[in-house]
Design a protein around this ligand. Structure first.
Ligand SMILES: *Cc1c(COP(=O)(O)O)cnc(C)c1O
Length: 458
């Protein structure tokens, strides 16, 4: 079956309410046309992010009742540690409260000012943590990643030639590590192939540079490998994951994604010296090494979530559900980025709203319309987030892509919810001429999209 039904049944429900259009019109105006300012209770279907929004299983909730809150040596830590070691094969496991702390700890011991850290595409927090160490974060993904119509099966792959050239130009001694984000979140949740990881490893071996995975969505990436890469059809996702991690020297992880929990993360690595330094820092900024920034019960939920995420019935449903929404939209002619990635659909707002120039934020205009008309919250990844003034000419520089992301929380919404989302967007697409552009009335000096206030252009 192309789109399997939910491989779970529902034991606990959370009420959601669809507000009226009048209420939403009032709310969006008060929010300065910025959906980050809208109380979540006034949202019907919330597709702002897949991070920390998963529904935990009965097994995870049962595990939480077995939380051992001892300061040192909690039994849940040992369960967590053995689970991570078993899945990844890395020798040291450091619990953190979420992914960015794992990045911060790793870069604190590994990266010096003036260094260069390549990645396929750095996630925002990864880039910010590299730059915080006064190093440079460079994106070396293959060119196909920037073409929304390219159907390349592994659009998250690292461009090996760009990587080799970068290392040669800056010198291997200034590249303390290379990262690969699986799946590539900032590039549309696109997977990296096993062959690519292997080739990156071989290249780095010739320079003695370590490889780290940003493993937030490792299970989704491994499922794509099973589906698309010859030779992996009959391997289990757990076996594929073990091979994937075997090419790396460590990983950073936000368990808020493929850990199927609402908070948690870790750094796992092989190098004894780095592990020792990281542990000293961990005690300073997070907590004792057997809890990091987490309660014992949280560690138990992560340990159980990491097993559940490798369940192939779950992954088939998960990847299928996202693809199902993409297919409904694509068949109706709604312009989306293809192929559909692991955790989200990206609408191409430039093609959806050709009558709105980039200076009037077509992506954000679409986000506003989706909320006001249908109570759906999406997020703009376009000029509101990325446009910058040229420091010399003062001219606005706009990003190439103007996208609206619909991130699908794990195990939270049903197929009927996906139908509702698709029907809403298709109806909006038919009435797209009525959508108007926006102008900014307030913006912060950095990361303006979180707090900006806008108004509609009449
Ligand atoms: C979410 C995410 C992070 C950061 O994790 P947090 O738990 O939000 O701190 C890092 N990398 C990628 C690819 C992510 O998706």
């Amino acid at each position: 079956m192309q789109f399997p039904a939910e491989p779970f049944k529902i034991k606990v429900v959370e009420r959601i309410r669809k507000t009226t259009r009048e209420e939403r019109d009032e709310l969006i105006r008060k929010a300065g046309y910025n959906v980050f300012n809208i109380p979540a209770e006034s949202i019907y279907i919330d597709l702002l992010t897949d991070s920390g929004t998963a529904a935990m299983s009965d097994n995870q909730w049962a595990g939480m009742m077995l939380g051992d809150e001892s300061y040192a040596g909690s039994r849940n830590y040992y369960h967590f540690e053995s689970t991570v070691k078993d899945i990844t094969g890395f020798r040291h496991v450091v619990p953190t409260h979420q992914g960015r702390m794992a990045e911060n700890l790793l870069f604190s011991v590994a990266v010096k000012p003036g260094d260069v850290v390549p990645n396929n595409i750095h996630f925002d927090t990864t880039r910010a943590n590299v730059e915080h160490k006064e190093a440079k974060a460079v994106d070396l993904v293959i060119d196909e990643a920037y073409d929304p119509e390219s159907e390349h099966p592994f659009k998250g792959n690292m461009d090996l030639e760009k990587l080799r050239r970068t290392i040669e130009e800056v010198g291997p001694e200034r590249v303390p590590l290379v990262m690969l984000t699986v799946t590539n979140n900032s590039g549309g949740g696109q997977p990296v192939s096993m062959a690519n990881v292997r080739q990156v490893r071989e290249l780095l071996d010739s320079y003695g540079i370590p490889l780290f995975l940003d493993a937030c969505r490792f299970a989704e990436n491994c499922y794509f490998i099973k589906e698309r890469e010859p030779g992996y059809e009959s391997k289990s996702v757990a076996e594929i994951a073990r091979e994937l991690f075997s090419y790396a020297d460590g990983c950073t992880m936000s368990a808020k994604k493929d850990g199927l929990v609402n908070i948690g993360g870790f750094l796992a690595l092989n190098d004894d010296t780095w592990a020792e330094k990281v542990t000293h820092l961990l005690i300073l900024v997070e907590g004792f090494p057997t809890y990091g920034g987490l309660a014992g019960r949280d560690l138990e939920a992560v340990a159980r979530g990491l097993r559940e995420v490798l369940d192939e019935d779950y992954l088939r449903f998960r990847i299928g559900q996202v693809r199902y929404l993409g297919q409904l939209l694509d068949e109706a002619g709604v312009p989306i980025v293809k192929p559909v990635g692991g955790h989200a659909i990206y609408i191409d707002a430039k093609r959806f709203l050709p009558h709105i120039p980039q200076a009037q934020f077509p992506g954000q205009a679409l986000v506003v319309a989706l909320y006001r008309e249908y109570g759906i919250r999406a997020v703009e990844i376009g000029s509101l987030m990325f446009a910058k003034k040229d420091p010399e000419t003062g001219e606005e520089i706009y990003p190439d892509l103007e996208l609206v992301r619909l991130a699908i929380p794990r195990r939270v919404y049903t197929t009927m919810h996906m139908n509702y989302v698709a029907e809403s967007i298709i109806e909006l697409y038919r009435n797209r001429d009525r959508i108007r552009g926006l102008r900014i009335v307030y913006e912060a000096p950095m990361l303006r999209h979180f707090t900006a206030r806008l108004e509609e252009i009449q």
